[in-house]
Design a protein around this ligand. Structure first.
Ligand SMILES: C[S@@+](CC[C@H](N)C(=O)[O-])C[C@H]1O[C@@H](n2cnc3c(N)ncnc32)[C@H](O)[C@@H]1O
Ligand code: SF4
Length: 382
């Protein structure tokens, strides 16, 4: 049976960060009991139709899952372990914000069964954290990180760079300090302006200026160099890990494997009766919970994906990975040979320019290609 990764979305945050367009909401009081029950109910519904598949990973994402009650996390893990067939190296990740309140509960999340913590540090400079609208200081973030390293076998953290006014030298210095905290996995994201965010409004007024394209490219290059010097390789566009410490959950997405998405706004790609389905849940938290209470799930529709759509999606995901796309797996997964899914002239030009490599049964984006991946994919995919 097709192995499965399980994503569980917690849609609440303490405050909305001005750059963020994730499905996250602020409530005066989080309806903990109601959302715990609804998540468990929707998981049971999904598990009933999926059957006892081998379970690769569970990922609590958000929003801010560290605002969940540890009992809820424990109950969802126990449900998933019972309803699926957990693999011996099952990876269980929880995203956490490094405020002091949440740090105080890290031990409880560990006791609940979480073994990998992904901490939203974002910056090691207080001034940048204020600019990003964060609720914690750099000192709180490093304290949370140190505690996490004692408690959890695996720890990763996120930083946002290419911030307004950031120079390559300043970023190298910040990143070196981050790498000295000895993570074996880092997610390093360039700040992007997302539609509908407070930053978008500021950007439109000219009140927020991002580094120009050349500086952004230099920042990206410096990121790869500094990470590699510390032994962390760019296994995906924005993700760096010591070999063996890659996020198993995210690898399922990028390799276009099966994943189930539970909770408001969650997406999934699952194989059911030989059909590949795209699933999505209602985004708004309370209407999603109403639906689950009424019918057992909060589905906002499902769509069967044919070979061309699957080929397109697998190219979009797989070329983000340094390992690229295995041609035999591509054909088995999508039903199309790789050669029929890409524009041959663009492929030839991109190989000649050193953006892509097509060797040993795999198609990969080289570092220069990953730097301009969006434009490359737009031209390449039929
Ligand atoms: C769901 S959030 C993380 C979890 C947690 N709520 C937090 O904020 O610490 C995932 C990550 O995406 C990144 N992110 C979100 N919006 C971004 C943007 N506009 N540009 C760059 N990175 C962004 C942040 O690094 C964030 O930690
Ligand atoms: S970055 Fe994290 S804490 Fe901030 S709004 Fe988004 S999900 Fe919530």
């Amino acid at each position: 049976m097709e192995p499965l990764a399980l994503y569980i979305h917690w849609p609440f945050c303490r405050a909305k960060c001005p750059y963020c367009d994730f499905n996250s909401h602020v409530r005066e009081r989080i309806p903990q009991g109601r959302f715990a029950a609804a998540l468990r109910r929707e998981l049971a519904w999904e598990a009933a139709r999926l059957g006892r598949r081998p379970l690769v990973s569970i990922f609590f994402g958000g929003g801010t899952p560290s605002l969940m009650e540890p009992e809820t996390v424990a109950a969802l893990i126990a449900d998933a372990r019972r309803q699926f067939e957990p693999l011996p190296d099952l990876e269980i990740t929880l995203e956490a914000n490094p405020t002091s309140v949440e740090a105080a509960r890290l031990a409880e999340f560990r006791a609940a069964g979480v073994e990998r913590l992904s901490l939203g540090v974002q910056s090691l400079h207080d001034e940048a954290l204020r600019m990003l609208g964060r609720q914690h200081s750099a000192a709180q973030a490093t304290a949370a990180l140190e505690l996490a390293r004692v408690l959890f076998p695996r720890v990763s953290f996120d930083l946002i760079y290419a911030r307004p006014g950031q120079t390559v030298a300043a970023w190298r210095e910040e990143l070196r300090r981050a790498l000295a905290l000895a993570p074996d996995h880092l997610s390093l994201y360039q700040l992007t302006i997302e539609p509908g965010t407070a930053f978008e409004a500021m950007h439109r007024r000219g009140a927020l200026r991002l580094p120009d394209e050349d500086t952004a490219a230099a920042l990206y290059g410096a990121t790869g160099e500094e990470a590699a010097r510390a032994g962390l390789l760019a296994y995906e566009v924005s993700n760096y890990a010591r070999p063996g410490a890659e996020s198993r959950h995210n690898l399922v997405y990028w390799r276009y494997g099966d994943y189930a998405g539970i909770g408001p706004g969650a997406h999934g790609r699952i194989t059911l009766e030989k059909q590949r389905l795209a699933t999505r849940r209602h985004r708004a938290p309370e209407p999603w919970a109403d639906l689950v209470e009424r019918q057992g799930h909060g589905s906002a529709g499902e769509q069967a994906l044919g070979p061309p759509e699957q080929a397109r999606e697998m190219l979009l995901m797989g070329l983000r990975l340094a390992e690229g796309i295995d041609e035999a797996r591509f054909r088995a997964r999508t039903g199309l040979p790789l050669a029929d899914a890409v524009d041959p002239a663009t492929l030839r030009r991109a190989i000649a320019a050193g953006y892509l490599e097509h060797e040993a049964g795999a198609l990969r984006a080289l570092p220069e290609g990953r730097l301009r991946l969006d434009a490359l994919l737009a031209a390449l995919i039929l």
